[in-house]
Design a protein around this ligand. Structure first.
Ligand SMILES: *Cc1c(COP(=O)(O)O)cnc(C)c1O
Length: 376
């Protein structure tokens, strides 16, 4: 029985009639750019996350780009980002005109290490992009405290973490701006690209709404140069069908994660001297498992073994951003960020999508167990 890393067809099968009706509604209305569908979805996301404002943009990457522009990042100013994250986190900083400064992560949650942040900030730091990787929030309290002390903006990259909580607060609701992605593989995935920015700041919301329509202040009047970056109405219609199911899907992901944890422990694979390190649920945090990422010293062999059994896995991420060729000009490639570098060698994401059956999950466990010579 093959087990893919993600099965979007299985999810679509549960939503077919509703999404087709929603898409038809937009086609009949012939209102494709912004309009009621996008506005309604923006209100629904704002209410879901408990934030005053939410505005749809073309992608999660654009959400970061506009949020950084909104934070006033000027050429030559620094933005601290974790080195272990999806590329867009740092790519957006460069496209906004800023200079990324890469910081190390903490090993337990793969997120920005508050102690590393302390040494990464300087007089030129304008913003921090804190990423909630794999569906679990970073340790925001010390990060927000440092930022407030130094007058630095915090932007949350919550692309992988919609619905995750930190001390009962929603991911994306705690910084100056929160950035969401509706890329199909995210927990709330559209049928194409899409993104959203959340904020409690009404003036920032108004500015970002101008920036997404070329900086337009009135009909063909422009105060500043902006972007063409809107959430598509067709995507909003699909996402409105999915949003009411999001919490149930996260619960399904959590059940798979708990079962993995229980079985791998019972097999002795996750003991302190065992071959696997399992993802931890850190105190005060609600994890939504966009990915279930284990660590294994023999990661590449394990991945090949699982592939041979028809089990899909992925390496998020094989190279830290401070060592990417495109950032060589920053001169940070020879810096040692040992936790981020070590993670790149060891991480492996196992299937954790909510539509995975218990039998499929058992296949994954058996595949891992057989690699280590344990009987599942
Ligand atoms: C997916 C992702 C993004 C970018 O989102 P897109 O919608 O694909 O542009 C940014 N940051 C992180 C951490 C992501 O996982």
């Amino acid at each position: 029985m093959p087990v893919p890393l993600l099965d979007l067809k299985a999810q679509h099968a549960t939503l077919r009639a509703e999404t087709e009706a929603a898409l038809r509604r937009v086609v009949e209305a012939q209102q494709f750019i912004l309009g009621d569908e996008v506005a309604a979805f923006e209100r629904e996301i704002a209410s879901y996350l408990g934030v005053p404002h939410a505005l749809g943009v073309a992608s999660g990457t654009d959400a970061l780009l506009l949020a950084l522009r909104g934070a006033g990042v000027q050429r030559g100013e620094e933005v601290v980002v974790p080195s272990f994250t999806f590329f867009a986190t740092a790519g957006a900083v460069v496209n906004a005109g800023g200079t990324p400064v890469f910081a190390d992560i903490e090993p337990e949650g793969f997120n920005l290490d508050p102690a590393a942040l302390e040494t990464a900030v300087s007089d030129r730091t304008r913003a921090i992009v804190v990423v909630h990787l794999f569906g679990q929030c970073a340790d925001l309290e010390p990060i927000l405290a440092l930022a407030a002390r130094r007058g630095i903006a915090v932007i949350e990259d919550a692309a992988q973490a919609i619905g995750a909580t930190y001390r009962s607060r929603q991911a994306g609701s705690m910084g100056q701006a929160g950035c969401l992605s509706f890329f199909p593989s995210k927990n709330l995935g559209g049928y194409g690209d899409g993104g959203m920015i959340t904020t409690a700041d009404a003036a920032l919301d108004a500015r970002l709404r101008r920036l997404r329509v070329h900086g337009q202040t009135g009909t063909y009047l422009h105060q500043e140069v902006g972007f063409n970056s809107r959430l598509d109405a067709l995507q909003a219609a699909v996402l409105r069908v999915k949003l009411p199911r999001l919490a149930g899907w996260a619960a399904g992901r959590g059940r798979h994660a708990a079962a993995y944890r229980e079985r791998f422990a019972a097999l002795g694979l996750a003991a302190p001297d065992g071959p696997l390190v399992l993802p931890q649920e850190l105190p005060g945090r609600g994890h939504v498992y966009n990915q279930f990422v284990i660590r294994a010293a023999r990661r590449d062999e394990l991945q090949a073994h699982l592939k041979g059994r028809g089990i899909g896995t992925a390496v998020y991420y094989p190279r830290p951003l401070h060592q990417q060729e495109c950032f060589a000009y920053l001169g940070q490639g020879t810096r040692r960020l040992p936790v981020a570098e070590g993670a790149c060698w060891e991480v492996l994401a196992l299937p954790v999508y909510p539509e995975m059956t218990d039998a499929q999950r058992t296949e994954v466990i058996a595949g891992v167990a057989s690699f280590y010579g344990a009987a599942a």
